[in-house]
Design a protein around this ligand. Structure first.
Ligand SMILES: Cc1ncc(COP(=O)(O)O)c(C=O)c1O
Length: 388
């Protein structure tokens, strides 16, 4: 069978190789510190679980949902007011099965074959998938040390910007852990307006942000609502990764087009999950704040720990990740990850899986408590890998 070029272009060989090696080490009884996958280890709050259980007990809730419950859309609007001080209306909200799915389909809503899109590099891989599925031409803008790991619109040539349909911005960033300022956003909004580009902001980590910073919505910045939309996921704030709930929020014309595409391929989110999402959005937020403090303690354990053993890396400012340079003697980040796993039992993700500028770094996920992270750091030190 000759499969499509689209599918052939998706490579998963690197992850398969890392996974095989991990399984071999586990079979040998080695201690593993798995800091590779961004799945939170915190528990979903009990009031959210209870709402799902209660709704699932009603057989009516097992029918096709067909659309988002009005109470769910209103809950998103109320949450945006409560949490971000942003006023939106229900026509500015459309659910999707996680930002992963939404971002994977958004290119088909906005682009025809060959249209240009602007993506950060390094970036979360589904940004690339979404553009590729639409047959769009990708122009990467750097988010590297040279730009302080932030978008710098002056790096994008005017003729490319004039052609571009949309630009993905995602801060706090995965994998770099960088956080935008009001000035960063003002520049992006002015650039988008000047070149008539739609900004798609992925706000996965608005509640995981460190050192007293306050995560905001893109829509809270002046002029943003005219030029952009935002994916707002419940996965990380509420530890609901498996429930697959996110929303595209913002400009009604974009929301209507997104909904049009989704309504062709989907019959609506399982109603008990919609009820769980309402409970998350309308319920207490103390667990969200506590968890952020816990992530910061993990960040401190990892970043301070790695620096104390001679690994020169910068503090992550937000997200559940940190980004560290690969020692120079390694040809690739995959080589380093495999060697690190073999010698220390610590698993991280090769930077090359985050697009063209990812090579030369690795990503650690803050998915273990500080005492386990301290052991992982000690294992790296004991392995001698930073020296030879
Ligand atoms: C930047 C970013 N966007 C989106 C996602 C996925 O979110 P969801 O669970 O809503 O699909 C992740 C998950 O790691 C992420 O890091």
């Amino acid at each position: 069978m000759q499969f499509s070029k689209r599918v052939a272009a998706f490579g998963d060989e690197i992850f398969a190789a890392l996974d095989d090696r991990k399984n071999e080490l586990v079979a040998q009884g080695r201690t593993i510190y798995n800091l590779s996958v961004g799945t939170p280890d915190f528990e979903v709050p009990s009031h959210i679980r209870q709402a799902l259980i209660d709704a699932a007990a009603d057989p009516d809730n097992w029918k096709y949902a067909l659309h988002d419950l009005p109470e769910l859309k209103q809950a998103v609007c109320d949450y945006y007011h409560r949490r971000f001080d942003v006023e939106i209306t229900p026509d500015m909200v459309c659910s999707c099965y996680g930002t992963q799915e939404g971002m994977g389909h958004i290119g088909m809503v906005l682009c025809d074959e060959g249209d240009t899109v602007l993506l950060p590099t390094p970036c979360y891989p589904v940004f690339i998938t979404g553009a590729a599925m639409a047959g769009a031409t990708i122009h990467y803008y750097p988010m590297t040390e040279e730009t302080n790991y932030l978008p710098d619109v002056t790096t994008i040539p005017d003729d490319v910007a004039d052609r571009a349909k949309y630009m993905v911005v995602s801060l706090p960033s995965n994998p770099m852990g960088s956080v935008g300022t009001a000035e960063t956003y003002a520049q992006i909004i002015e650039f988008a307006r000047r070149h008539d580009i739609l900004v798609i902001h992925d706000n996965a980590y608005s509640d995981i942000i460190f050192d007293g910073r306050m995560g905001r919505s893109f829509l809270s910045y002046p002029g943003a609502a005219q030029v952009g939309v935002e994916f707002f996921s419940l996965s990380k704030s509420f530890d609901m990764t498996g429930a697959r709930v996110s929303f595209l929020v913002g400009r009604p014309d974009v929301i209507a087009a997104f909904h049009k595409l989704r309504s062709q391929i989907d019959y609506g989110m399982f109603l008990p999950i919609q009820h769980a999402a309402i409970a998350a959005l309308t319920g207490p937020l103390d667990s969200v704040r506590r968890q952020c403090a816990d992530y910061q303690a993990r960040r401190d354990a990892l970043c301070n720990g790695l620096r104390s053993i001679g690994w020169d890396c910068r503090d992550s400012q937000g997200s559940m990740f940190m980004w560290a340079p690969v020692p120079e003697r390694y040809a690739t980040s995959v080589d380093f990850c495999l060697d690190l796993m073999d010698r220390s039992g610590v698993i991280c993700t090769p930077g090359s899986s985050f697009g063209p500028a990812g090579e030369g770094h690795v990503r650690f996920a803050l998915v273990l408590p500080p005492d386990q992270i301290a052991k992982a750091v000690a294992a790296i030190d004991a392995s001698g890998i930073l020296k030879s």
